[in-house]
Design a protein around this ligand. Structure first.
Ligand code: 5AD
Ligand code: SF4
Length: 439
């Protein structure tokens, strides 16, 4: 049915969504991919619902796509991902030009649903499945590093977060499936694997018979022959236990890079967020982590303007950011999300205050990131070359084990997928310039 059809696949949101898009491209491998909206027979938008801003991007895109449909009636529009899951039928009600709404658990149904759409059907499918079909093909966009989900969904109930409503409750993939997928990737030349989960530390809590936790899974993965680098995102402070920290330095292919969202520096706000830890607990965890893994690069997420956040709470966030000195931080303005508890909390913070706090926080986190980068200038380190610098192809782009981006002159070499030693000679906030060291 799809013969000669052209697909334009647009992805918003997190790595999990990017992984899903690779699955979509794999399932629909008979389609030719195009980045041009006007060339496409069908557009699939893989969406994110985590903040209103991400959802708004979808709505403005759907407005543009509807206009294409006005002049090209056979053009089909599909919405996948978290907004599809959350809005379901509402999406077609608001945007009658949308033909297909499909949640992340049902991607295996895409080919036959699209066939129905070509016959004029309008389809909405948002049922959660026990575990999404893991035998689906994937068209990986990167040949050096790959993402592998280990859990789907989330059992935490952070009061601001939409994920449990879009991705459902936590389901861990069986270890043998994960190991199998990674072994195949390594055999086909992948050097780096990033394990994905909303909270990787919760891996296995849903197993009834087998007792296997994240630390044990990590050890099994680490033993896969030929696997050079392993990362995992995202860790949750409340169950990132000390035993796991003790294990990291023993496993040589685990990267010294931890993304550990703190969200706020105020105990009052952490409680309202239902994060399950106090500031003191977080600080002690970081202290222990830095003692055991001294070279660790630590990144975080921060939300400003959570309901009830007073100036003194925000000051506490600034203080802890100054004290801990994260390697980098993702900073967000609180965005009330449908169904979440905090959307109906009193004392919502006005937009102008959120904006001011965000700007102040970004100024601080960027200054610290740059300072931390400057401390590394002059040092020698190993990077894995991932490709060319898209802005300047005469430079190659690689990453350190600690996830720092380094550009080096290519001097006509490709070096794709190779580990090379470089000296860091200059830095900005987001990257380094380095030079190759002949070894
Ligand atoms: N508003 C603002 N930021 C949010 N995040 C999650 N939900 C919200 C929300 N409602 C942020 C958190 C999380 C990151 C992925 O997105 O910081 O760690
Ligand atoms: Fe966005 Fe969260 Fe869904 Fe990822 S899981 S796409 S971050 S809402």
């Amino acid at each position: 049915m799809c013969q000669n059809k052209v697909l334009n696949l647009i992805t918003y949101g997190c790595q999990m969504n990017k992984y899903d898009s690779e699955t979509i491209a794999g399932i629909l491998q008979d389609y030719s991919l195009s980045n041009e909206l006007t060339e496409a027979d069908v557009v699939l938008v893989n969406t994110c619902a985590v903040r209103q801003h991400a959802e708004d991007k979808l709505y403005s895109l759907l407005g543009r796509l509807s206009k294409i449909k006005d002049i090209k009636p056979d053009f089909k529009i599909g919405v996948c991902g978290c907004v599809a899951q959350q809005q379901g039928n509402n999406l077609i009600r608001k945007f009658p030009s949308v033909d297909l709404v499909i949640g992340p658990d049902n991607l295996n149904r895409l080919p036959d649903l699209l066939d129905k759409v070509y016959k004029g059907g309008k389809i909405v499918l948002t049922e959660h499945q026990p575990l999404p079909d893991d035998t689906l093909p994937s068209k990986r966009m990167n040949k050096i590093k790959a993402y592998v989900p280990i859990t789907i969904g989330c059992n935490n109930r952070c009061t601001y977060c939409v994920v449990p409503y879009t991705r459902g409750s936590l389901r861990s993939k069986p270890a043998y499936q994960i190991i199998d997928e990674i072994k195949k990737l390594v055999e086909s030349g992948y050097q780096e694997i990033t394990l994905l989960g909303q909270n990787v530390n919760d891996y296995g809590i849903d197993f009834r018979e087998t007792k296997l936790d994240f630390r044990e899974l990590l050890i099994m993965i680490s033993n896969i022959n030929g696997l050079k680098r392993i990362r995992f995102i995202t860790s949750h402070p409340k169950n990132f236990n000390y035993e796991l920290i003790n294990t990291i330095p023993q496993l040589k292919n685990i990267c010294a890079y931890i993304h550990l969202p703190i969200q706020s520096g105020s105990d009052k706000i952490l409680k309202l967020m239902n994060r399950g830890y106090t500031l003191k607990f977080y600080q002690q965890l970081v202290e222990y982590l830095r003692e055991k893994v001294p070279e660790v690069s630590l990144t975080t997420d921060l939300i400003v303007g959570f309901p009830g956040e007073e100036e003194e709470d925000f000051e506490k966030t600034l203080k802890v950011v100054e004290e801990i000195k994260f390697d980098s931080a993702f900073t967000f303005k609180y965005s009330p999300r449908p169904n979440t508890e905090s959307a109906s909390f009193p004392n919502q913070i006005p937009e102008e205050i959120k904006q001011k706090r965000l700007e102040k926080l970004i100024e601080l986190t960027s200054r610290i990131t740059k300072q931390k980068n400057q401390q590394l200038v002059g040092k020698t380190t190993e990077i894995l070359i991932e490709g060319k610098n898209p802005q300047d192809p005469s430079f190659l782009m690689g990453k350190t084990k600690t996830d720092k981006v380094v550009f080096i002159p290519s001097n006509g070499k490709s070096l794709m997928g190779e580990f090379v030693n470089v000296k860091l000679i200059r830095c900005g906030t987001f990257s380094f310039k380095g030079e190759l060291i002949n070894s």
